[in-house]
Design a protein around this ligand. Structure first.
Ligand code: FMN
Length: 372
């Protein structure tokens, strides 16, 4: 590959242009595939300097060199988790994977909201199934801890059984598992967040985890579209269990924040900048309910060092992002990491973990403010 012979500077320039300008000109799903292919053939932007010690984080027993992870949905089939590690993510989450391969919804199913730097998707868990992802995870050396996000097939007769199958399949290879019950694009899936169903799901999944030779941390990924009662129910279902943590949140079905913009009314989940406020409020509200002991990964609209720091202050132990990379390019990851480390030092502190939860009440009550 000629590109791989270019100087790192030129190669990086090419990649950054590829990810930002050229990709933004392409149909969104084609652009995503082009990015995956570029990463797959080794065109990894070598942006990652050594992570600052201020960013070192412990998450559910995992040692992260930084707390900024790639959210689920980017590497659905475990094709590029190694490249993501080389690029400098603190952790990568592959999936969602379902037991059997499935096509997902018909295209187009991914839309940009350029004006507000949002994304709407109704992909519908398009993925190659457990077996394909398992093979790749077995073969690849990983640089950063890699979690596997597991889901249920659309036509499954028993959603809970699909999650249990995921625990069996991936416990040997995953650094953590995510039980994703919050995609808006699989009819009925979010019903698993209801108290009775969630209690049964957690019991079966965590029971299966204990039977495995290797005990992996398990996270539960929830939606931002929850009222006070639903959040109370989730906290009540989770608290007595040995669940390791929550991921707050998935995309929102509420598109009112982008009303009138091109594509705003496309069916699916909204992510990116327009999701930030809602997802951060839900994160803080869940932190209030579960207390300081449970780990929370904050995701939804992280797009700058300030928005990243706000997630920690709202109560996150680590963060993830996806949509902002569509607009900011892959180098945004480096900007966020450097910006976070600088803010730790400026505050006279020694580690990012010292910010966790210091503004939970403000974000929970909707008084959180993000500087422009
Ligand atoms: C195109 C696309 C596909 C996604 N697919 C998944 C998925 O398969 N499983 C999942 O748990 N979340 C999925 N998500 C949600 C993200 O993991 C994340 O929770 C959400 O986008 C909010 O983060 P962001 O604003 O940084 O993108 C997807 C998001 C996008 C934009």
């Amino acid at each position: 590959m000629i590109l791989s012979r270019l100087s790192p500077f030129l190669r990086n320039s090419f990649l950054l242009n590829l990810t930002r300008d050229a990709l933004l000109a392409m149909e969104p799903e084609t652009a995503h595939r082009a990015t995956i292919m570029a990463l797959k053939i080794g065109l990894v932007p070598q942006l990652a300097s050594e992570d600052a010690p201020e960013l070192r984080t412990k998450l559910a027993g995992l040692d992260l060199s930084n707390p900024v992870g790639m959210a689920a949905g980017f590497d659905k089939n475990a094709e590029v988790f190694m490249a993501l590690g080389a690029m400098g993510v603190g952790f990568a989450e592959v999936g969602t994977v379902t037991p059997r391969p499935q096509d997902g919804n018909p295209r187009p199913r991914l839309f940009r909201l350029i004006q507000s730097e949002g994304v709407i998707n109704r992909m519908g868990f398009n993925n190659e199934g457990h077996e394909a992802a398992l093979q790749r995870l077995r073969e690849g050396d990983r640089i950063a801890p890699t979690g596997v996000n597991i889901g249920a097939n659309k036509t499954s007769q028993d959603f809970v059984a699909d999650y249990v199958a995921g625990v069996k399949r991936f416990s040997g290879v995953a650094d953590y598992l995510t039980i994703n019950i919050s995609s808006p694009n699989t009819p009925g899936l979010r019903g698993l967040q209801d108290k009775e169903m969630l209690t049964r799901l957690l019991a079966e999944v965590l029971d299966e985890r204990e039977k495995q030779a290797r005990r992996v941390p398990v996270f539960l990924k929830i939606a931002p579209d929850l009222d006070e009662k639903s959040m109370d129910d989730i906290a009540a279902a989770v608290t007595p269990t040995r669940l390791d943590g929550l991921i707050v949140s998935n995309t929102t079905i509420d598109h009112s924040s982008v009303e009138g913009q091109p594509n705003w009314n496309e069916q699916g989940g909204l992510s990116g900048k327009p999701l930030f406020r809602l997802a951060t409020q839900r994160l803080a509200q869940m932190r209030q309910r579960v207390g300081p002991g449970l780990q929370i990964i904050g995701v939804g609209g992280v797009h700058s060092p300030e928005s990243a720091l706000a997630k920690f202050q709202a109560g996150a132990n680590a963060i993830q992002l996806y949509s902002a990379l569509v607009y900011g390019g892959l180098e945004l990851l480096e900007d966020i990491k450097l910006g976070l480390a600088r803010r730790v030092r400026q505050a006279g502190r020694s580690n990012i973990s010292e910010f966790v939860g210091e503004r939970t009440d403000a974000w929970a009550s909707g008084r959180g403010i993000l500087p422009d």
